[in-house]
Design a binder for this molecule. Structure first.
Ligand code: CUA
Length: 336
């Protein structure tokens, strides 16, 4: 090949390479990462992206060169010279992609295997998904239950997912991984958060009308702060004032009004009016309150739709459920 042709191909290739690299780097296509698994997935992503950018630059350079070099002169209607295949080229464009694609596959398999490792001492978390909320339990801490997930930083967390109705999917963009929660089977995921912070938990499987509202929060905190929270939350959920702590930690106030807790939610029935509702339903107050928490569709207050209140609260540890019922009975009786 002439020196001029090589020079032209090189210039086109470099130009295409630079443009592709800029598009790959800006804007930032992915959220910042906050877990070891996300970092490993990032390595695979960039490995594949660099290969793609290099191949694109080569193809674009040859294409641009051909357009310039071999374009027909005005008025030239003659046929091009007949050509036949090029064995060397054909072997190259089969062998090189084979090696590259195989290497991406091997790299991905290694990352998947590493990402599933839990180490000796993972935090175990039971996740229950239901239209339309996530709830979390810590089986190593007396099944401490919460709606705001808390994780210690730099320690693997092993999740077990259950779904009570339809398929949901757990996703924290900063953790990069997704895992479906499927009725009837347990699914698992390991996450090792490596940055302290607060991140959104998003349901990423269309699961019904409330799907876009199925969002919770995860707070990643230093191990000592996590231990303190577990201790404090555990004590708050069993000692005096336990009912109010359950009410707060389960997020009841987001949808309900209750003077005693300073809650002003308007999505669900006003809990200060529980005694009147119990009368309408024809049930004793504490039985009515318990049933409305465990099986919210048994009696739905007039004017409110069915299936909006999550049916997950029946899985609260019994002591917490008892405390919540007692708290609601007493607070609503005391309300004016
Ligand atoms: Cu649950 Cu979408």
């Amino acid at each position: 090949m002439r020196r001029g042709a090589v020079l032209q191909l090189t210039v086109f290739g470099l130009a295409a390479g630079v443009i592709t690299t800029v598009v790959a780097l800006y804007p930032h296509w992915l959220p910042p990462t906050a877990s070891e698994q996300a970092d490993r997935i990032g390595y695979v992503f960039w490995y594949a992206t660099i290969i793609c950018a290099a191949i694109f630059a080569i193809v674009a350079a040859v294409l641009a060169y051909s357009v310039v070099k071999f374009r027909a002169a005005p008025g030239d209607d003659s046929d091009g010279a007949p050509i036949h295949g090029h064995t060397g080229l054909e072997i190259a464009w089969t062998a090189v992609p084979f090696v590259l694609v195989t290497s991406i596959g091997i790299f991905s398999a290694i990352v998947l295997a590493r990402n599933d490792r839990t180490g000796d001492n993972p935090v175990r978390i039971d996740v229950t998904a239901q239209q339309f909320a996530w709830s979390f339990k810590y089986p190593q801490n007396k099944n401490l239950a919460t709606n705001v997930l808390r994780l210690p930083v730099d320690r693997p967390a092993r999740f077990t997912f259950h779904a009570l109705d339809v398929i949901h999917s757990f996703w924290v963009p900063e953790f990069a991984q997704k895992q479906d929660a499927v009725p009837g089977i347990d699914t698992h995921l390991t996450i090792t958060p490596n940055k302290v912070g607060t991140y959104p938990i998003i349901c990423t499987e269309l699961c019904g009308l409330g799907h876009p509202l199925m969002r919770n929060t995860v707070i990643v905190m230093p191990q000592r702060a996590f231990d303190r929270w577990v201790k404090g939350a555990g004590a708050a959920l069993s000692g005096p004032g336990a009912g109010k702590s359950v009410f707060t930690s389960q997020g009841c106030g987001a949808c309900h009004t209750l003077q005693a807790a300073g809650a002003t939610g308007k999505v669900g029935p006003d809990l200060d009016k529980l005694p009147e509702e119990a009368k309408k339903a024809g049930k004793p107050l504490d039985a009515f309150v318990r049933e409305s928490i465990v099986n919210p569709n048994a009696y739905v207050a007039p004017g409110f739709p069915k299936n909006v209140m999550p049916q997950t609260f029946g899985s609260l540890p019994k002591a917490q459920l008892d405390a919540l019922v007692q708290y609601l009975v007493e607070s609503s009786k005391g309300a004016k």
